[in-house]
Design a protein around this ligand. Structure first.
Ligand SMILES: Cc1cc2nc3c(=O)[nH]c(=O)nc-3n(C[C@H](O)[C@H](O)[C@H](O)COP(=O)(O)OP(=O)(O)OC[C@H]3O[C@@H](n4cnc5c(N)ncnc54)[C@H](O)[C@@H]3O)c2cc1C
Length: 426
């Protein structure tokens, strides 16, 4: 099937429909602009080239011109998120009957990377959180939600009419998430549950409409945890002040406090005791998503640094004429390429249902988020003092990329996950 021009597609779903019989792209369909180097062309299918083109157009028009101002104003760009949802970026991995685009994880990685090039945090919220946290939540609801929950919540989440938050971390349980202390007890003479406790660092806290809360309904440990859907406005549900963060400033992060919140049993997701499994179910995909966002941000930093270094003159010549600068840029490119290969391999492992998918996702997340933060740091260094100024975008990308080594399980916990897997190998 011949490739259509990219402008003829306005949504992810339309692209999927047009190319569903087409396996790999030939040479056309590639972008001639700077972001064309985001992925190796030969590894992408025709669909993926078009997904990337759509995401790149969106990033150029909506994100690149606005990211700095959103960061400065700590502005949460709801209207732009909804525009993204209109293109299909709100429900990429969800089924079509609820408005999703039913893409696979490799497709998603291509899209996240292209969007993150324009603004890391925008992607982190809608694509990783509002979707991924939203996608995360969405796919969780797809997998565990009953029909009533699925049909009620998913179409609105996918259109980003509603936003959702994933609430696992607590003030005293971060990496050791299974030790959480929020309780859910059965109300006397009723099937309702009463929730008490607090959650920390919740992305979208106070702006989200729906909160997926992990709470203890049984014994200590992971098997005593259940998952509840709490709706904004429920009596007893409140939020802390927005955290003042190094990066991710346009995305509100707050604590979520529950004081005798009465929740109908119909709002339990999955079965009692299944909450920790639900919380973990989305993590492999979330780790791949965040690693893809790191690649997009790092590509922006690398391109910007190369451009700056080729025009900045010291000692009578452009600083790219110094071999140490050339070696630095070459090493940055190599680290980015390696990151991208690990991300795409982990995404393919997850799509294939490989028993190694969790280990691959942990390795990709650990490697790519560290490597991409280092690329941003090197890019800042190549800018000299100017890199430290807000007049140049590199410092913002560096601040936004920093948290990727902490989120979705810290990079130390990624090593724990990987080593556990290594112990299980024959
Ligand atoms: C901006 C932001 C947004 C977030 N959004 C959300 C959200 O939406 N929902 C949510 O539930 N959470 C969210 N989090 C929380 C995040 O997932 C946690 O911060 C993270 O899991 C680490 O937990 P902690 O901060 O309590 O650190 P701790 O667990 O206290 O870790 C402190 C240090 O000890 C290390 N450490 C801990 N255990 C081990 C071990 N066994 N071996 C070696 N080293 C170890 C860690 O790697 C880290 O370096 C967010 C955090 C941030 C900063």
């Amino acid at each position: 099937m011949a490739l259509a021009t990219r402008s003829s597609f306005r949504t992810l779903k339309a692209i999927r429909g047009a190319h569903s019989f087409c396996k790999h792209a030939t040479s056309s369909g590639s972008s001639s602009d700077r972001v064309s180097s985001l992925w190796d062309e030969h590894r992408l299918t025709a669909d993926q080239l078009h997904f990337r083109a759509l995401a790149t157009d969106f990033a150029k028009k909506e994100l690149l011109p606005n990211g700095a101002q959103w960061d400065c104003d700590k502005y949460f760009p709801v209207e732009v998120l909804r525009k993204a949802a209109g293109l299909g970026f709100g429900g990429m991995f969800c089924a079509e009957d609820v408005g999703g685009s039913r893409l696979n994880r490799v497709d998603g990685a291509v899209i996240f990377e292209a969007l993150a090039y324009g603004d890391v945090i925008f992607v982190a919220f809608p694509m990783f959180l509002s979707i991924c946290s939203l996608i995360f939540s969405n796919s969780v609801v797809c997998r565990y939600g009953n029909d009533q929950q699925r049909n009620h919540w998913l179409p609105k989440l996918i259109q980003m009419e509603f936003f959702s938050s994933y609430c696992l971390t607590e003030p005293s349980s971060g990496s050791d998430a299974a030790s959480l202390q929020t309780t859910a007890r059965q109300a006397h003479g009723s099937s309702d549950y009463i929730l008490n406790g607090s959650k920390a660092f919740i992305s979208g806290g106070s702006v989200s409409d729906l909160y997926l809360v992990m709470a203890r309904t049984g014994a200590l440990g992971p098997k005593g945890i259940s998952c509840f859907l709490l709706e904004k406005g429920m009596p007893g549900l409140s939020f802390g002040r927005p955290e003042d963060k190094l990066g991710w400033r346009s995305q509100p992060t707050t604590s979520v406090v529950m004081e005798e919140v009465r929740v109908p049993s119909a709002n339990m997701l999955g079965r009692e005791g299944q909450g920790f499994a639900i919380a973990m179910a989305g993590l492999d995909g979330g780790r791949i998503n965040i690693a893809s966002c790191s690649c997009g941000g790092a590509q922006f930093c690398l391109d910007t640094a190369q451009e700056y270094a080729s025009t900045r003159k010291q000692f009578g010549k452009a600083i790219t004429e110094f071999q140490s600068t050339q070696f630095k840029l070459a090493d940055m490119q190599t680290a980015l390429h390696a990151s991208r290969l690990m991300v795409s391999n982990a995404a393919a492992a997850l799509d294939a249902g490989s028993p190694k998918a969790s280990a691959c996702a942990a390795m990709a997340k650990r490697f790519a988020t560290d490597a991409c933060f280092n690329i941003a740091n090197d890019a800042l260094q190549l800018h000299g003092g100017y890199g430290y100024l807000k007049d140049y975008p590199v410092e913002r990308y560096l601040r936004d990329l920093r948290v990727h080594t902490i989120l979705e399980g810290t990079n130390e916990i990624m090593r724990v996950v990987l080593f556990r897997h290594m112990l299980q190998q024959p």
